[in-house]
Design a protein around this ligand. Sequence first.
Ligand code: PLP
Length: 481
Amino acid sequence: MTGASGIRQMTPAEFADASREHSEWIARYFEHVREFPVVPQIEPGELLSRLPRSAPETGEPIESIFADFRSAVFPALTLWNHPRFFAYFSVSSTPPSILADLLAAAVNVNAMLWKSAPAATELEQLTLSWLRQWLHLNESFFGIIYDTASIGVMQAIGAAREFIDPECRLKGTRPGLIVYVSEQTHSSSEKAAITLGFGQENVRKIPVDSRFRMRPDLLRQAIDADRASGKRPCCIVASVGSTSTTAIDPVPEIADIAEQYGVWLHVDAAYGGSAAVVPEMRRVLDGAERAHSLILNPHKWLYVSIDCSVLYTRFPEVFRRASALGAEYLRTPEDDRVVNYNDYGVQLGRRFRALKLWYVFRYYGREGVIALLREALRLAQMLKSLIEADGNFELCAPVPFSLVCFRHRSSDKANQQLLAEINASGRAFLSHTILYGRFVLRFAIGNFQTTEEDVRETWELIRQIANRVALDEQPATTAIR
Ligand code: PLP
């Protein structure tokens, strides 16, 4: 079709054909996913060198663009939505989430205001209240969707600053405001403190215990020392499922300290929070009801495509004070009766992310979500037992969720080679961390298509490669602890 401007436009019929072809490809991808390498064997710059350096002058048929996606782009992707993606945190883009994202792109609403997107705003309120109920958080928790937990924690620390020093909005960040994290807290909290102008020197990294949990006694000491030297403790970030090992900080004791000193408590449950939907796992959020803010990422472990991060707070008005400006061109007659989500953060333009929550929550229901989470938890316990039963390997951290940290009882070099060879095989993708100064492999389970066979076969692959790698090794070094 040629539009008024003389530019080719896809007709609705052409769009229907093209989208059918795209969705058939997606369906085949799901069906044959295990035939594709999880990690591509590709050198940096290789794809760039194969693609034109300048954009086309004239438009191209959708068929050739799609053909190039299949032949050039797809083979150069690390497949996050693959049942043997066990690196970082294993995530899922489930079919209902994909369909919702397609619709969201079609209607292309901007959920900055209720007026600009009434249904997007109200579905955000609705889905976040459903999730709040699933998590057994009380009604005082107000929910907001941000793109990522990194942005969410920046908003939370910004709210903490407003809470501790209400003049900061006018006068700017004053020196001496302190943020407390643990040595194991995800780097996004420190990044947020740097971005907000706290100064990296004002981020205290509290040591952890033998299970990688923040030590409340040392937190208290740090706060006392800061107060004694005239600093102003501002925000404590406690983790429920820290990144390296999924450790759960002792949130109730940390909440006691936060309350005693009047400090904002933020709970980073970006990964672990989802598990609390499972009734027998609800205890992982014990104490979180006393937090000022809490984040969990449906795009990590709640079967929703990237990106979608949820922040709950008992102090939405503090977030508003920290961010809202009420520009004239954004005022609407309904303002005093509605939620305008842009008031709760720096972002004005907001994608319609609630739609994929609504699709996923309705498609699986609470029972379906619980069953998926339970299976990932079960597979992690199974893998833990396999590792414990194998004298050549050692477990390196407790397994409270679906991440298993382990290493071969040999040198760091051998473990690095083991990881490199697993990933080069294309048959699985694992990542690593450093614990007690030693190189440790991380095996994260959570993709909606991962089966027991995927985990068992990957474990066999690891053992086979380890046998070969270890042959080059001199006497096994001592265990990690
Ligand atoms: N918090 C934890 C515990 C994480 O593991 C991560 C990422 O893995 C983040 C925060 C940051 O998440 P995002 O990628 O949504 O910014």
